[in-house]
Design a protein around this ligand. Structure first.
Ligand code: HPA
Length: 249
């Protein structure tokens, strides 16, 4: 049976209903993960949970030790990862409250540790990233959402910016022209590091605000949080169903 881990983002600090069995803080060649990784049971199924921003939400997107996080999860025997990301909506049909299971990424981040490849062993890590998310895991999420009538977008382009500031209106216009549907700050290099390690990785985006220049109000953390709380409950339901159906709970 494959082992699933969930990476929580802004607004998803805990997995409600998770009965914690143990906490792990593995040392990795890249340092320690953002927070102790919780090992627990959700229903009858074993699952790991990591909050990428640490606790209490202290690590900004550009300073997250993505390499340590992914390495640590693999060292615990994780095969599959579902990442949760709060995002801004660019596509008109992806308004606050929408859940998007993206199938593509455009990476606008810079200066992050993007690879495990340090050139030391002479082997080049030219991973195939044509499809940045694991197709099977992504389609399993879509199927579970469909079966349980959880409203969702079954595809989308996830643009990932450097942050921590939000974007300008012109940047969002450019991203829309590039084909981005949603914008977040933490989707990369998480996804490509997972691929380098051979982990199956898929993502669920919760739209918490219209992207810069597209809404009537300035973007505030307050309004993001309200939407997040509502959406986090839906995402939990999605994850619970995924665990039951795919991981034997
Ligand atoms: N832009 C980037 N990251 C985000 C946003 C946004 O509008 N909302 C939540 N995370």
């Amino acid at each position: 049976m494959k082992q699933l881990a969930i990476i929580g983002g802004t607004g998803v600090d805990e997995l409600e209903g998770l009965e914690i069995v143990q906490s792990h803080t593995p040392q990795t060649p890249f340092g320690v993960p953002s927070r102790a990784i919780q090992e627990g049971r959700l229903g009858d199924t074993r699952v790991f949970f990591l909050q990428r921003h640490g606790s209490p939400g202290a690590i900004p997107p550009h300073l997250i030790n993505y390499r340590a996080n992914m390495w640590a999860l693999q060292s615990l025997g994780v095969d599959d990862i579902v990442a949760i990301n709060a995002v801004g909506g660019i596509n008109e049909s992806m308004r606050p409250g929408a859940l998007v299971i993206p199938d593509q990424v455009i990476d606008y981040t810079w200066g992050r540790e993007h690879s495990f490849d340090d050139g030391a062993d002479g082997g080049l890590m030219h991973i195939d990233f044509t499809e940045p998310y694991d197709r099977e895991l992504r389609l399993a999420l879509v199927a579970v959402a469909q079966t349980n009538r959880i409203p969702h977008e079954a595809s989308g382009v996830h643009g990932v910016t450097q942050g921590p500031r939000l974007e300008t209106a012109a940047e969002i216009n450019r991203m829309a022209r590039d084909g981005c549907d949603v914008v977040g700050m933490t989707g990369m290099p998480e996804a490509s590091l997972a691929r380098e390690l051979g982990l199956a990785y898929a993502c669920v985006c919760m739209v918490v605000n219209p992207a810069a220049g597209l809404g009537d109000l300035p973007i505030s953390l307050e309004t993001m949080r309200e939407t997040l709380q509502r959406e986090a409950a839906v995402v939990r339901r999605l994850l619970q169903q995924l665990l039951t159906r795919r991981y034997g709970g």
